[in-house]
Unconditional design. Structure first.
Length: 248
């Protein structure tokens, strides 16, 4: 009989051979110091490098490390596949570069989670700390967030931080309805969560800018804007079903 893990760390990975082993080992060392049962689920998004081979070798040594192979479809598609494949009670989206220190993870889990259905990392507001981010990138990100708040999720200050926790019930309520395969999948997930009446909590974190990030600020922001507009249009057409009452 398979044991359902309490926590799944879901890592979308596309050509992450250079750093994936170090990231998984850092996570494994931290998780081994906690009392949770866990899995680290690396969703390989059709990588053309040795990402899958490296993770496969690690999984042979530790069955709590899972390799989930998917055809290349984009970060959103990989995250959706990983969240729906996991059976864990809590499912944590984690960027492969670990730009958030791993010890912050405890702030997304009970008892810190409180009564929230979803906890999302935020780089804004009291208690948050950005390290090494160029001013131009920060300003561009804030401008994009202003548009996102106006069109989809008012009140959420940082939709794009790559660290988010969903309870099993929240993941199962949100992810089957998602359609965005690209970078704006976070926005769609939070938009649908609001429609479902789920409680979302923002968790201020320490975040370190990585110069090798694959996000190209201006071309990818334009793509994301198109995806945001598609989310709004889909909602008007009833793509996400009937909204439930919103919890206060």
């Amino acid at each position: 009989m398979k044991v359902r893990p309490e926590l799944a760390i879901v890592i979308p990975a596309y050509n992450e051979a250079v750093g994936i082993e170090a990231s998984v080992n850092e996570l494994r060392e931290y998780l081994s110091s906690r009392r949770w049962t866990w899995e680290i689920r690396i969703v390989d998004d059709g990588s053309s490098d040795r990402t899958a081979a490296i993770v496969e070798a690690m999984a042979r040594q530790d069955p709590r490390i899972k390799l989930q192979r998917e055809p290349h479809g984009g970060k959103g598609a990989a995250v959706r596949a990983g969240f729906l494949a996991s059976t864990a009670d809590y499912r944590f989206l984690c960027d492969a570069d670990l730009s958030m220190p791993v010890h912050e993870l405890a702030r997304f889990m009970p008892p810190a989670l409180g009564d929230a259905d979803i906890a999302i990392g935020t780089r804004e507001g009291a208690g948050a700390r950005r390290v090494g981010e160029p001013l131009s990138r920060h300003l561009a990100g804030r401008a994009f967030n202003t548009v996102v708040r106006a069109l989809t999720v008012p009140g959420i200050q940082d939709t794009q931080c790559g660290f988010k926790m969903f309870t099993a019930a929240a993941a199962d309520a949100v992810f089957p309805s998602l359609t965005v395969d690209g970078w704006a999948f976070d926005i769609e997930a939070l938009y649908v969560a609001r429609l479902r009446g789920l409680r979302i909590r923002e968790v201020p974190i320490e975040w370190h800018f990585r110069a090798d990030s694959r996000l190209r600020m201006f071309p990818d922001s334009l793509k994301m804007l198109r995806e945001v507009l598609r989310i709004r249009l889909g909602a008007r057409r009833g793509a996400y079903g009937v909204a439930r009452h919103t919890r206060q």
